[in-house]
Design a protein around this ligand. Sequence first.
Ligand code: 13P
Length: 364
Amino acid sequence: MAPHHPALTPEQKKELADIAQRIVARGKGILAADESVGTMGKRLTQIGLENTDEHRRFYREILFSGPEVMKDCIGGVIFFHETLYQKAANGTPFVQMIRDRGIVVGIKVDTGVVPLAGTNGETTTQGLDGLAERCAQYKKDGADFAKWRCVLKIGHHMPSHLSIIENANVLARYASICQQNGLVPIVEPEILPDGDHDLKTCQHVTEKVLAACYKALSDHHIYLEGTLLKPNMVTAGHSSTAKYTPEQVAMATVTALRRTVPPAVPGVTFLSGGQSEEDASIHLSAINKVPLHKPWALTFSYGRALQASVLKVWAGKKENVKAAQTEFMRRANINGLAAKGEYHPVATAGSAAGESLFVANHAY
Ligand code: 13P
């Protein structure tokens, strides 16, 4: 049983642990701007814009060229492949803009979900073929962490044993390949909010899924200090009629994490999962206030909950760019406070702040 074949050298471990710590330094979280071309198209359509390369580039420039203080609350930005090689209008590569601010560049490396035959619409995530080569190239091109999203569903006999085991294993295999290539893997087993289940059911399923993930990560010799976890918060299903307070959501979430996530993991960066911007911030702040020992940084890696108001304010018009950037910074600051348990909501929320961002069976 002795580890005769260490997976990583002490230098590799140190590099990975340092990257992970930088991303989740106190009061910092992640901007998930890795929407695929198709998903970005849906966002652009909502504001009446065509899904062109230039519109996607222009929008990402709004996010990335915000004020310098962005670095105080954003520790990492997740890019989509296309964006990693795009430039600002002045010719500066996006990667350089982000790195120059001391923010860590991440890259989505999975290639999407595919059906698990013989299940009730459950999925696994693909993208392992050629992954080592892609990771090596992304590292050269400025990325220091990666994201891979797996999806699990709650329903009658779901998630199935097959889906739990398969998704845990593919996440561990991905994590191993990332670490071999100097990228910190974000392990994301997202349990969808679709359904009418209660809070307890979501907590139970979250515990089972996370326990399976950490067993698989151990089996694959993953260096946990050089990883981050990106889970769902524990919430009731989107169509549940039961209502829970932020404190109840926070307690269920922290309890599930304490039962399953080793203290060696430096940070938990929650996805927003269709919650409104305000709910995602209020819940994160409540999570950080739970009066139990929490050995990891508990912060955000939000896509929709950092961008909905920004898109709305921009509305595809050049004259709104500054206002959209102000909106982005406001939301990022609020989440930076929430990551310290210090967000106290005020009446003046953003233009999409209270709107549900739920999308059934959400793809990324
Ligand atoms: P949401 O915050 O929109 O759920 O997305 C985060 C993400 O990166 C999902 O993979």
